[in-house]
Design a protein around this ligand. Structure first.
Ligand code: ADP
Ligand code: MG
Length: 455
């Protein structure tokens, strides 16, 4: 309880003021104006407002003002006052009551902060009664299900569950009842009926006496995470398939090579020739399958590593040379020694090599020689695949990078465009030179591996 003169100087303060402001009554009464205790940031504005009321000699209620305690801490007051007038009706001062609302203000501020944390969180948060009736959801929770928070008010948790998810939901509920919490994957239904996976944390909400009164749910949409995991698994699977294919190819080559030798040495034995012929044909079939597998076992993002190009070329050539030899096309390797390493996606580059070898082979229906060579360029490593086939006219050569351009009956016209894409992905280039009737040379250019750049 306080009293001031017309200038706002305290003429009386009740003892509790010492506790509220930290000053003794002697330091306040006759020494301080009410505005001296205002927070410096608000002082001028609050003072102006107060004296406007003084000028009209009005009483006031619930005037909220920020003050500073002697120890520097903020003190919030709610002030009410009435004017004191002399016999002539002149203002001689004010008298009134201050209420300390600092704790209430702090609690409100904390609540506002907490609620903005909840509102701005990207995790979905929901509060439901034990009957599943929603009491609160934040924006993230509502929007991941395709609703606004208002639309979900009063709805039951069951709207997020499809019938075939119910066994999982019931298991989760049993666990919450038993242990007070649940963590795990639960699928939810959006407003439009589509399903999405969530990672859910559920805890039992208890009142002050420990009695369960509701359910707190915090959940995250894990669609993206699951997609990533799946593509990682596919990449691993692709790698595994490619590894197996490479491993199986070696014994297969020995089988067909030896079968051919046996065939040549037993040319007179018709019965044996029949059996060996079957073995050879089936070995060829298995090799075709492996070639196809190697071509398609490149799912997802290619992984590049430091690599010796001679190795890749050797593998690609050995995959096809026996098959080509049988049809009169010989592959001649000329590998440069001491080549600098390249930074490549080995499976991709192998696909390129196999495609270019196939093109060369198909250009020589009457047989011939394919020269496969590696060499150095300036900061580059080159692979040349040179055939002595039919070659290409200028018109054809101009169009070979077009997708679906082909001159073959059963061609796709995708070989060279795909090769070009893969080589570019490896920061390299693909060039084709050709003269009709003389043959074609395909050249793959790849930059040498530089340590610092990682390429
Ligand atoms: P596809 O082989 O399915 O036709 P490609 O993109 O691999 O598709 O090749 C496109 C065309 O380029 C071929 O149809 C052919 O006319 C020509 N070509 C490619 N490589 C050679 C080559 N080594 N010799 C002659 N022509 C070639
Ligand atoms: Mg082709």
């Amino acid at each position: 309880i306080w009293e001031t003169d017309a200038d706002g100087l305290y003429t009386y303060a009740s003892p509790i003021a010492e506790e509220i402001f930290g000053y003794t009554l002697e330091e306040i009464v006759g020494k301080k104006h009410f505005y001296d205790l205002f927070h410096p940031e608000d002082r001028e504005e609050l003072k102006k407002k107060a004296f406007e009321i003084f000028a009209k000699k009005e009483s006031f209620h619930g005037f909220k003002n920020r003050n500073v305690h002697k120890n520097g801490e903020t003190v919030w007051l709610l002030t009410s006052g009435t004017p004191v007038l002399d016999e002539k009706g002149h203002l001689s001062g004010y008298r009134g009551v201050d209420m300390d609302i600092t704790r209430r203000e702090k609690a409100e501020k904390r609540l506002r902060l907490l609620s903005s944390v909840v509102e701005q969180s990207t995790e979905g948060m929901a509060l439901a009664g034990l009957d599943g009736g929603l009491m609160f959801v934040n924006k993230a929770f509502a929007s991941m299900h395709g609703y606004t928070p208002e639309e979900l008010r009063g709805k039951n948790l069951s709207v997020f569950h499809s019938p075939d998810q119910m066994p999982f939901v019931e298991a989760a509920n049993r666990q919450i009842k038993k242990t007070g919490e649940f963590n795990g994957e639960i699928w939810h239904v959006r407003r439009d009926g589509t399903l999405f996976p969530t990672w859910m944390h559920n805890t039992l909400l208890r009142d002050a006496t420990g009695r369960p009164v509701g359910l707190i749910g915090i959940l995250r949409d894990i669609t993206e995470r699951k997609k990533m995991e799946q593509s990682q698994r596919l990449t691993q699977l692709g790698q595994l398939i490619a590894d197996i294919a490479h491993e199986v190819n070696n014994p297969l080559m020995i089988i067909s090579g030896n079968t051919q030798l046996a065939l040549m040495e037993n040319a007179g034995n018709e019965a044996l020739k029949k059996y060996l012929g079957t073995i050879f044909d089936q070995a060829q079939r298995a090799k075709d399958i492996i070639l196809r597998v190697l071509k398609y076992s490149r799912p997802g993002k290619a992984e590049r590593r430091r690599s010796n190009i001679n190795m890749s070329v050797d593998i690609a050539v050995s995959l096809v040379e026996h098959e080509y030899a049988v049809q009169g096309v010989i592959i001649d390797r000329k590998f440069a020694q001491g080549l600098l390493p390249v930074f490549i996606d080995e499976k991709g580059i192998q696909e390129v090599l196999l495609t270019l070898l196939t093109n060369a082979f198909e250009a020589m229906p009457g047989g011939g020689v394919i020269d496969v060579s590696t060499s150095h360029g300036k900061g580059l490593v080159k692979v040349n695949i040179k055939d002595t086939g039919e070659g290409m006219s200028k018109e054809i050569l101009e169009r070979i990078f077009e997708p679906f351009f082909t001159t073959k009956d059963k061609g796709t016209g995708l070989g060279i465009p795909i090769c070009q894409t893969i080589v570019k992905e490896n920061d390299g280039d693909l060039k084709l030179a050709s003269a009709p009737g003389k043959g074609t040379t395909a050249t793959i250019l790849l930059p040498v591996y530089k340590k610092e750049g990682g390429q």
